[in-house]
Write a protein that binds this ligand. Structure first.
Ligand SMILES: Cc1cc2nc3c(=O)[nH]c(=O)nc-3n(C[C@H](O)[C@H](O)[C@H](O)COP(=O)(O)OP(=O)(O)OC[C@H]3O[C@@H](n4cnc5c(N)ncnc54)[C@H](O)[C@@H]3O)c2cc1C
Length: 322
């Protein structure tokens, strides 16, 4: 039975794993996080929920539409009717989809038939004609015939630099082609409802805040929690700043909608890699090193949830065909 190690249990890795396992492959998944989903992330704050990574996604390709239809049928995904809003400045022309219980619910659904080793950070790769070996921070080793890396490109480069794998010099330097913007996400738990107008979304083209969503109005939380995403410019400028300072600054900017008296608590997450602002033009790249090593993720092709799905799907088909 052919085997593959997949590093990263976000949308890319889970999609690849699902297709390969359905075709009889033996899959080992490793993720450094406590759970699955990566940047499709939902956090519990007391009894409230907040999506603090991806907020929604579109489905433009036939394969992804088919996948979303399956998830909708299973009660995991539903449409967020943003295009019906009277707020024309929001200008959502295509349907937007969300996880019924938050974005993580989608990853958990995908992970159900898979074995995912969470809390396992890959720190070193090695290999020969017989396959690859992965060493994790907890000093476990994993072995398989093939390897798929789905972690953000700068992290993949650091991992490869710490490994005994050499790339053919004729290959273009894929890592120079990919660049991510950082993003601070603030999750605020409110006493009572928010004064953000229906459908519970604010978008800003300028200033420190780029996006605000009321997770109660979105329908994923029984209590009112607000997700604030800082702009890329603000996040870059304040990247190493204290998280509480950042949280207070971003909340203060929204005092028209969030008063200090309403705030029960807040948490801040620093995404060093949020959306890729420069992508490699193909959905993945494959190397023979001498085992098969595939690099993919949302830095390859299109930088969003659908792009990650396509990257995972295309890597799985490449391995099945080779
Ligand atoms: C703030 C924010 C807002 C966003 N908004 C949207 C949006 O509205 N719509 C949209 O479509 N997309 C959005 N995105 C982008 C979307 O979330 C990503 O494109 C997509 O989830 C990427 O999936 P992935 O599997 O490629 O990567 P990831 O989800 O990052 O998965 C990679 C996984 O690898 C793991 N990992 C990393 N290093 C190691 C290691 N050494 N060993 C083991 N595991 C490791 C990580 O823990 C992670 O789980 C947003 C992202 C962020 C952060």
């Amino acid at each position: 039975m052919p085997s593959c190690i997949i590093i990263g249990a976000g949308m890319t890795g889970l999609t690849a794993a699902r297709v390969l396992q359905q075709n009889g492959w033996n899959i080992t998944m490793l993720d450094k996080g406590r759970g699955v989903g990566g940047r499709m992330a939902t956090r519990r704050i007391s009894e409230a929920r907040a999506d603090h990574g991806a907020q929604y996604f579109t489905a433009r390709t036939a394969e992804f539409q088919q996948f979303i239809a399956e998830l909708t049928q299973a009660g995991i995904v539903r449409e967020w009717a943003l295009q019906d809003t009277e707020h024309r400045d929001l200008s959502f022309r295509h349907p937007r989809f969300i996880g019924v219980e938050g974005m993580t619910g989608i990853a958990k659904y995908l992970a159900r038939p898979l074995t995912v080793h969470t809390g396992e950070r890959a720190i070193q790769l090695s290999g020969d004609e017989k396959g690859c070996t992965i060493l994790t921070e907890s000093q476990h080793t994993y072995h398989a015939d093939n390897l798929i890396l789905t972690i953000p490109a700068p992290q993949a480069l650091a991992l490869l630099n710490n490994s005994s794998i050499s790339f053919p010099s004729s290959e273009p330097n894929v890592f120079e082609a990919i660049e991510y913007a950082p993003c601070f996400a603030v999750m605020v738990l409110l006493k009572g409802g928010s004064s953000i107008p229906a459908p519970g979304v604010l978008k800003f083209d300028q200033g420190p805040v780029a996006w605000v969503a009321d997770n109660f109005q979105k329908g994923i939380s029984t209590l009112t929690s607000i997700t604030i995403h800082a702009s890329a410019a603000y996040s870059r400028q304040h990247l190493e700043e204290d998280l509480t300072v950042v949280g207070n600054q971003l909340i203060e900017y929204l005092d028209e909608w969030i008063s200090k008296e309403q705030i029960e608590s807040f948490q801040v997450h620093r995404w060093r890699y949020s959306l890729a602002v420069k992508c490699f033009p193909k959905a993945f790249i494959a190397y023979k090193t001498p085992f098969s090593l595939l690099l993919g993720g949302d830095g390859f092709g299109q930088s969003n949830v659908e792009g990650a799905f396509q990257s995972g799907l295309q890597m799985a088909h490449f391995l099945l065909d080779s």
